[in-house]
Design a protein around this ligand. Structure first.
Ligand code: FE2
Ligand code: FE2
Length: 245
């Protein structure tokens, strides 16, 4: 007897997958721009550089939109809104609490890290979509430049106060990693369809995250321990089939 497949979820096509991934890139850039603008409102002394960063993020979104148009890719806004909603909710709460430091941690450690990990991977398949390699490479360089600024800020702000930073990063990032990890799980099949690996992207993000902690002043062993402590509950949750959002 043949089992009915009527209820089975149809796997996404390559076109649907790239639409969803590009949706996350385009609308994720809008979130990045929003965070820098909120940060600029909280610390006037940094407003010139932070509004410049916000403009750069908006420009990345515009580049990706234009490259999509040329390749008949339609960035999936509904999918992206759904994935990014939880992150935006957290960002709004950090802003309401007027916590510049929390926004800096979310932006530097979560948003920029995710962009860097996925854009780096995307470069290996960008040749399939003419015009995308150039803009993702340029965006990647600029994300590294933004991270550099955030790291310098955090290093000075928490100079000789590593424990305070650890407490802050843990509080802010546990939520952030929870939602980004959820997105990573949700996009794994789409990454696969366009020739990328979700495991590679998640690994790159963990690796990048550890390096960021080291640059802020953590010893390598402590940084690794911190990252494992944060990522492991998420892995456990997913291995047991629970969803975080
Ligand atoms: Fe960007
Ligand atoms: Fe950036």
């Amino acid at each position: 007897m043949q089992l009915s497949t009527a209820c089975a979820v149809r796997p996404a096509t390559e076109q649907e997958s790239i639409n969803k991934l590009m949706g996350l890139a385009v609308f994720g850039e809008k979130v990045a721009a929003k965070i820098y603008l909120l940060m600029s409102e909280l610390k006037e002394e940094y407003a010139p550089i932070l509004t410049k960063f916000a403009q750069m993020e908006a420009q990345h979104g515009a580049w990706f939109m234009e490259a999509s148009r040329k390749n008949d890719i339609e960035p999936d806004k509904e999918f992206a809104d759904n994935e990014l909603g939880y992150l935006i909710y957290q960002v709004d709460n950090h802003f309401k609490a007027r916590s510049f430091e929390s926004l800096a941690v979310v932006q530097g450690f979560i948003v920029e890290s995710l962009a860097i990990a996925t854009y780096e991977s995307f470069l290996s398949v960008a040749h399939k979509y003419p015009g995308t390699h150039e803009v993702f490479k340029k965006a990647l360089e600029e994300e590294n430049y933004h991270v550099d600024w955030i790291l310098r800020y955090l290093r000075l702000r928490f100079f000789d106060a590593e424990e305070d930073f650890r407490v802050l990063a843990e509080r802010v990032n546990i939520q952030g990693i929870d939602c980004m990890g959820g997105t990573m799980m949700n996009i794994a099949d789409y990454l696969d369809k366009v020739g990328l690996s979700g495991a590679d992207c998640a690994g790159a993000m963990m690796d990048g995250y550890t390096q960021l902690l080291e640059k802020v002043g953590f010893e390598q062993k402590k940084a690794t321990k911190h990252v494992v402590n944060m990522f492991m509950p998420l892995f456990h949750k997913y291995r047991r089939g629970e969803k975080t959002k």
